[in-house]
Structure formats: C-alpha cells, structure tokens
Design a binder for this molecule. Structure first.
Ligand SMILES: Cc1cc2nc3c(=O)[nH]c(=O)nc-3n(C[C@H](O)[C@H](O)[C@H](O)COP(=O)(O)O)c2cc1C
Length: 196
C-alpha cells in the first residue's frame, strides 16, 4: 500500500497461518525477534512474560498433557482403546508445527502493577512477536484451548507456581498456496473508537 507507514503496513498485512511447513526459525533467529520486545509497554518494567520453545519430542509432552487434562474433565471414563485414540489425536495436533512457542505470564508481586496489567504486557509481547514473525517471513498462529491452564499442562511446561499460559504460537514456514492476503471484516470504526 503506497504511503502507509511501515509499522501500520506490517500490522495491516499480518495474518495467521493455521497450516505451516516444517521449516522453523532457529533459537538464534527467535532471539533476534524477541530482543526488540524490550519496548513493550510494561508497568514497572517487570518483563512479566517469557516464551518456551517446544520442538521435536517436547511437543509430544504437550499432547500428552492436554490428553491427561481432557481425561480429567470427563465424568465417565472412556474405554482404554478410545482413550488411546484420543491421546494420539492430541499428540498429532501438537505436531501441526515443528516449533511451538508457549506464551507464559510470569508475574511478580508489585505494589503498582497488579496481575491484570502484567497479563496485558505479556499479551502485548505475544502479539508483537506474531507480527515480527510475519515480517520475518514466518507463518504462525496463536492457539489456546480449554486445557491451557490445566495442572497437567502447567506441569509439562515446568512453570513456576505463579506462572500461567496465554496459549501457544504454532510457527513454521508459509505454505505457497496460503500466501495470499486474507480478507478480514473491516472494523466498525464508530464502535472501535468513541468519545465520552
Ligand atoms: C489468546 C488467543 C487464543 C487463540 N486461540 C485460538 C485457537 O485455539 N484456535 C484458533 O483457531 N484460533 C485461535 N486464536 C485466533 C487465531 O490466533 C487467529 O487470530 C485467527 O485464526 C484469525 O486469523 P488472523 O489472525 O489472520 O485474522 C486465538 C487468538 C488469541 C489472541
């Protein structure tokens, strides 16, 4: 788009990719994209967030944890066969990208920055990282689910007791046929911006 500021153009063009190729950024490349997030608005500069890479077999751990959490919510237990098939489904879902990045709220007790503000900062970091990944030519999608904050998932990520997840960025290469821009319903600006 001509005349648009680069940041605005990047925000406008960003899109999520539910399907990605097996290519993924290296840890060093991720660090390059995460380092600028030092600028995320952050009351008291607590940096109350972090990311955890899950690659290879580590993704199976996520699948098993999600399956365990789902099983724990069932009133009536499934047959062993069905339980196995269910677990396999969760494990295969965790293989939809070769890199999964867990988004962790890592809060601290602070007199001026309550938990909700720290979660807002963590959310901002994750949104900006999605944007940075897109600009760097990687596809990603932010996913969550009903078991995101379950005890098995918490354990599997080895989170500290006060930490919790905002979901995961599933990251990979952009498949050719998905490279076209995505139509989004335009914002209703009269609702998105009002005045008192
Ligand atoms: C906190 C959060 C959790 C999300 N969880 C899911 C999810 O589990 N599954 C999903 O398909 N999309 C999920 N989304 C939405 C996608 O990340 C994405 O925004 C959506 O597919 C629309 O695509 P777009 O970002 O290109 O407009 C989530 C978004 C956020 C912010």
């Amino acid at each position: 788009m001509t005349g648009m500021q680069p940041a605005l153009e990047a925000i406008r063009a960003r899109r999520s990719y539910s399907k990605v190729t097996p290519q993924a950024p290296t840890t060093t490349e991720l660090q390059t994209l995460i380092a600028p997030l030092a600028s995320v608005a952050d009351h008291a500069a607590l940096r109350p967030w972090r990311f955890i890479e899950l690659r290879g077999d580590a993704r199976d751990g996520l699948g098993f944890a999600l399956a365990e959490a789902a099983a724990a919510t069932r009133d009536t237990p499934m047959s062993a066969d069905r339980e196995l098939a269910h677990t396999a489904k969760f494990v295969s879902k965790a293989q939809r990208a070769s890199l999964i990045l867990a988004i962790v709220v890592s809060p601290r007790t602070h007199p001026k920055a309550p938990l909700w503000e720290q979660e807002a900062a963590a959310s901002g970091a994750a949104h900006l990282l999605g944007l940075a990944l897109h600009e760097a030519g990687w596809g990603s999608i932010w996913r969550s689910g009903p078991h995101t904050r379950s005890a098995p998932v918490h354990r599997a990520h080895r989170l500290a007791p006060e930490e919790y997840l905002l979901g995961w960025l599933y990251i990979g290469g952009i498949p050719g046929e998905e490279a076209r821009p995505k139509f989004r319903r335009p914002l209703d600006l009269d609702r998105a911006l009002t005045a008192l």
